[in-house]
Ligand binder design. Sequence first.
Ligand SMILES: [Zn+2]
Ligand SMILES: [Zn+2]
Length: 277
Amino acid sequence: MEQIEVTMLGTGSPRPDLERKGPSQLLTVDGTHVLVDSGEGVTYQLMKAGICPSKINYLFMTHLHSDHLFGYGNFLLGGWGLGRRELTVVGPKGMKHFHDTLLDLFKDDIAYRMSLGRPGNGVLDVKIIEIEQPGTVENCGLDVEITAAEMIHNVQTYAYRFQIGDKSVVFSGDTAPTKEIIKLAENADILVLDASLTSNEIYENATDPELIKIWNELQKEHCTPSQAATIAQEANVEKLILTHFLPGIDEEKTYREASAKFQGKLYVGKDLETVQV
Ligand SMILES: [Zn+2]
Ligand SMILES: [Zn+2]
C-alpha cells in the first residue's frame, strides 16, 4: 500500500502576497516527489517542508504563466547546486524554449560552476517533454499512469491525473469550469482545483475601471469556490483542495460557499499544508 500525499507549496496567484507563495504543489508517492508548477518561492517552500530541492527529479508544468514559472530558475540551478543530477520536465509547448533561454542567459554562470568541478548533469541534460495533445503522458520515467487534459484558460493549460494503482490525484492548473476537468477527476482521491474567483479585498467593490476590467476577464479563465465545488461533486471526488488565491481572501466564506456544493472533505488550501490520500 503506497503512501500518497499532496503538499501545497504555494497557494497564491500573480499578485504578490506575504501569506501565499506562487502556485506550486508537490505529489509524493512512497518517497518519490513530483513537483507540479514552480511558482515564486518554490525552492524555499520545499526546504520548509523538509524536502531538499535536489530530491525532485520530476516537474509537471500546467501552463507557462509567469506566476507558475517564476520559481523555475532557482529550482533548476539551486537544486543542481544542491546535488540534483537528473531532471525531467513535462509541460505545454514553449517549455523547452523557456528552459533553453534561461540556460543561455546563465551560460557563463553555469560554465563557471562547472569549471570548479561540478558535472553538467542535472542542468545541461534536462529532459523536456512538451505535450503535443491531451491523453496519456509517455516516457517521463515515472512508474505511474499520467493523463493530461486541456483546460480553459488564456494560454494552453493542461491538468494532470496521476493514477497510482487504484488511487488517484488530479491537479487542474488554472481553468474556468469545463467538462474536461470533471472527466479527468472522476472518482479521484484528491483534486487540487483553481478557485481564484474567491471574494477578495482587491477586486471586490473595486471602482477603478482597470481593476473592474481585469476582474471581468478573470471570470472566463478561473473558477469560483462554488464552481470548483460543483466540479468536485460531479466528479465524485473524495477530497477537494481549493487554491490559487488572491491576497486577502475570506477563508471562512470560501469554505461556506464551497461546502454548500461539495459533500466530500474540503480544504481551503494553505501554504505547506499536507493532505494524505
Ligand atoms: Zn496562475
Ligand atoms: Zn494562469
